[in-house]
Design a protein around this ligand. Structure first.
Ligand code: FES
Ligand SMILES: [Fe+2]
Length: 344
């Protein structure tokens, strides 16, 4: 297969992947305005359960409330910007590590050590709330004061996913990978199947490459491919198709028979990102779970090698800009257009 036979398009230039000024723009104009996946409801089942996270340099704490709703706050004390003690599991109070102020789990200031609580300056000092939305057991946040409609993208995703009862899948574990590449190198790589026969011999062995296709939607795309039943590492089902959703900017849903996996890609700086794999299964046995996780890990390591090598090359004076096939890399083009159009 020769890419040059297809119509070609220009890729983002190398500086988009290496220059911190682009990451700052992406942070302010994309990440801080988008609905971002942070985890799953089942990780914090009981009132007071919480988890701590950092997303594009924003420290957050997500906490289950007494009325069983879920709230997310900045993990920043209103006194002088301390952080709270990272106590996994049940918390009755959030306790600041710096001077010991405490807050209730719904964000109200309870005891401002060293101050008089009736002091009017303390009156409004509750924790800063972050918009939080639960969808199919997954927790999303949006840092914007006026967030875009969640349904604008997710109603269409939901329609496509309607044959899958994702709420029946149980969270199993999170596996995280730190990768020495710009977050978009990782996304670009995920968004095409052209590299599969070259980079992933095992995946290629179970996937009918000719069936591989990409569908484009507003703010997301879906790749899919038929799996060979006899060789597939996944549990058997009537529908042996793998679906790969990319919901912009940084959420992936990987759906294989009886397993649902979300990936969250977070930039750490312009040259590094972290990718969280959250695994959900539909009551399959431990042996099948491990087979699936090991297979994913192998593919991930193959992708990491490529992404890290590409990142090094993007820093070289020997490369300025690449080309994209309008037949095999339409997902990459769609994503890069979204990035360009989101930034002014
Ligand atoms: S910064 Fe939190 S108590 Fe001082
Ligand atoms: Fe890959």
């Amino acid at each position: 297969m020769e890419v040059s036979k297809n119509k070609t398009l220009n890729s983002l230039s190398a500086d988009w992947y290496t220059d911190n000024k682009f990451l700052k723009k992406e942070r302010n104009q994309i990440f801080l305005k988008s609905w971002l996946l942070i985890g799953s409801e089942s990780q914090i089942s009981n009132p007071g359960d919480c988890f701590f996270h950092s997303i594009v340099d924003q420290p957050i704490v997500c906490i289950r409330q007494e009325d069983s709703s879920i709230k997310t706050f900045f993990n920043i004390c209103r006194h002088r910007a301390g952080s709270f003690k990272n106590k996994q599991g049940k918390n009755n109070l959030l306790v600041c590590k710096y001077h010991g102020w405490t807050y209730t789990i719904n964000g109200e200031l309870k005891s401002p050590r060293g101050f008089n609580k009736s002091d009017t300056a303390l009156k409004e000092l509750c924790l800063k709330n972050i918009n939080t939305k639960i969808w199919k057991g997954l927790i999303f946040i949006n840092f914007s004061d006026k967030p875009k409609s969640f349904g604008a993208t997710f109603n269409t995703v939901q329609k496509i996913l309607s044959p899958y009862k994702l709420e029946n899948f149980t969270f199993d574990r999170r596996v995280s990978y730190v990768i020495k590449s710009n977050w978009k190198v990782y996304l670009d790589n995920f968004l095409e199947g052209l590299h599969i026969p070259i980079v992933h011999p095992e995946l290629n062995n179970i996937m009918d490459y000719k069936s591989y296709n990409t569908k484009l939607y507003k703010n997301f795309s879906v790749q899919s491919g038929k799996l060979d039943k006899s060789k597939s590492p996944y549990s058997q089902s009537s529908n042996n198709i793998a679906y790969y959703f990319t919901i912009y900017p940084n959420i992936l849903f990987n759906i294989a028979p009886r397993r649902f996996q979300t990936n969250i890609i977070l930039p750490l700086n312009e040259k590094e990102c972290v990718v969280h794999f959250d695994y959900f299964f539909d009551s399959i046995c431990e042996e099948e779970i491990l087979k699936d996780i090991n297979f994913s890990d192998e593919i991930q390591k193959e992708d990491i090698l490529i992404c890290e090598e590409v990142q090094k090359n993007l820093l070289s004076i020997g490369f300025q800009k690449g080309i994209i096939s309008d037949k095999y890399e339409t997902g990459v083009k769609h994503f890069q257009d979204y990035i360009r159009n989101s930034i002014n």
